[in-house]
Design a protein. Structure first.
Length: 268
């Protein structure tokens, strides 16, 4: 099916939902979903954004700015994953625990505002990796319009560009808890270390970055085409010194480069 046809299906499906609360993180997928929902439903589409220690301040600010600029009603809730029983231990079903808690809260918000449906921005590409969070979404009967329309990540970027959305070429992002190897305890101090380390790399014009944490080791993932830049003496030294100052004992570069869900490679 052509992208334009999928876009038509998306709009028709959202229209059939009558009113929606969009789980909005300011990422590529949820931004397109919110924009289309607001275009189709107007004030019957609201954004719900969750703040927590695993959600960087820059992303929260981006979410606020987008809603303000587009005159979209936004509700910000506090949903601290570290308070969820078992979450700090970082089990393999960590994302399930988080999504179950988050979408239960968003459903309550929707109910308070007489909103009929809660929707979220997963796409068809998300079904190929280990995604325990999708189980919680199904259990709570959360709708996934982008998946329903059969949209891939590249098609979402294409549509976003056509609609003039600033996120069309935004780097992919996942919550900071995904930087921990399964079984390694998650705490606020390490989350802040990761957030600051990634902020540094972004400020140094590395667009797609991850700083994975293994005990006291930082494993940097960037695009392979940026390898030549990062190993320049001044760049390499600045990164090493800065991450050491944040509390990392060792700073390493992953030679395979950036890829989504690299921590899932440890799962059998």
């Amino acid at each position: 099916m052509a992208v334009d046809d999928k876009y038509k299906v998306l709009k028709e499906y959202i229209s059939s939902l009558e009113s929606v609360a969009v789980a909005f993180s300011s990422g590529v997928d949820s931004t397109l979903l919110l924009r289309v929902s607001h275009d189709v439903l107007g004030d019957k589409a609201i954004a719900v954004t969750a703040s927590s220690s695993s959600f960087p301040e820059r992303e929260l600010n981006s979410a606020k700015e987008f809603c303000k600029a587009n005159h979209i009603t936004q509700i910000i809730i506090h949903s601290e994953e570290l308070n969820i029983e078992g979450f700090r231990d970082n089990p393999k079903n960590r994302c399930y625990l988080c999504k179950r808690e988050l979408f239960t809260k968003i459903k309550a918000i929707a109910h308070e505002h007489n909103i009929k449906n809660v929707i979220e921005g997963s796409n068809v590409d998300d079904t190929g990796d280990y995604r325990p969070g999708l189980k919680a979404i199904e259990e709570l009967e959360i709708k996934s319009p982008l998946r329903y329309a059969g949209l891939t990540k590249s098609e979402i970027r294409e549509l976003s560009r056509e609609l003039g959305l600033p996120t069309w070429d935004k780097p992919s992002f996942a919550c900071l808890a995904s930087r921990f190897v399964y079984g390694e305890r998650i705490d606020i101090e390490k989350l802040k270390m990761i957030e600051r380390a990634e902020e540094l790399l972004l400020e140094m014009n590395f667009r797609q970055v991850r700083v994975r944490i293994h005990g006291n080791i930082a494993r940097i993932e960037i695009m392979p085409e940026d390898f030549a830049h990062i190993i320049q003496d001044d760049i390499r030294t600045k990164i090493y010194d800065s991450l050491k100052a944040l509390g990392f004992s060792y700073v390493t570069l992953d030679l395979r480069g950036y890829r989504t869900g690299s921590m899932n490679e440890t799962l059998s």
